[in-house]
Design a protein around this ligand. Structure first.
Ligand code: 5GP
Length: 206
């Protein structure tokens, strides 16, 4: 039997703005379970604490459009007034290397990725309530009132589509949400369709 290489696993993490995706991902990185976070392109202006090349690649609209035109973007979406997109080259390379790759993207992007990668695992991070979500957006103190209202409207639309996801993780206590996500990742890694490489390995060396 020919040996099959271990293919990586693609994970989508969606959730309304303010649901705590960044906090969760920072904590997840500390658990050291071997996940690779994709860095997106955006035309949005950086927030005070954001680092170019780490949180996002901050680009002009013209550069963004050029990358789409040159087919360098896996998916993209307009969110509010800005564009966001996933650079394709790193994601494809990591998957070829057998890594677990997380895309932190909104619902339209998630839909496009599902169509392109049917075995993607999708997670929706749910705030405990709309009140908590609004409070978190206000505590951030970086967005204008208009922006907060717009993000709350988009949040309602996103939550209404949360059942399109494989898993819904409630982010009330960060540690619990991170543990839930770790459990999902570990279980999905052992799904028999992803263990085919091991089956060939064992049989080839029997
Ligand atoms: P924020 O401005 O709060 O950083 O992001 C706004 C929304 O865009 C969030 O829901 C975030 O997950 C999403 N987003 C970030 N990067 C991408 C991307 O590359 N593609 C898509 N479709 N959405 C993204």
């Amino acid at each position: 039997m020919s040996g099959k290489n271990k293919r990586g696993m693609l994970i989508i993490l969606s959730g309304p703005s303010g649901s705590g995706k960044d906090t969760i991902l920072t904590q997840l990185a500390k658990r050291d379970i071997g996940v690779q976070l994709s860095v997106s392109l955006t035309t949005r202006a950086p927030r005070e604490w954001e680092i170019d090349g780490f949180h996002y690649y901050f680009v002009s609209k013209q550069t963004f459009m050029e990358k789409i035109h040159n087919d360098e973007v896996l998916e993209y979406a307009k969110y509010g007034e800005n564009f966001y997109g996933t650079p394709s080259a790193p994601v494809d390379r990591w998957l070829d290397e057998g890594k677990t790759v997380i895309l932190k993207i909104e619902v339209q992007g998630a839909e496009k990725i599902r169509a392109r990668y049917p075995d993607v695992v999708s997670l929706f991070l749910m705030p405990p309530s709309m009140e908590v979500l609004e409070q978190r957006l206000r505590n951030r103190e970086s967005d204008s009132e208009e922006d907060i209202v717009r993000r709350m409207t988009i949040a309602r639309e996103e939550i209404a589509r949360s059942e399109e996801y494989d898993y819904i993780v409630v982010n009330d206590v960060v540690d619990y949400a991170v543990s839930d996500i770790c459990a999902i990742i570990q279980a999905e890694r052992l799904r028999s369709t992803r263990m085919k490489y091991k089956v060939s390995e064992v049989l080839d060396h029997a």
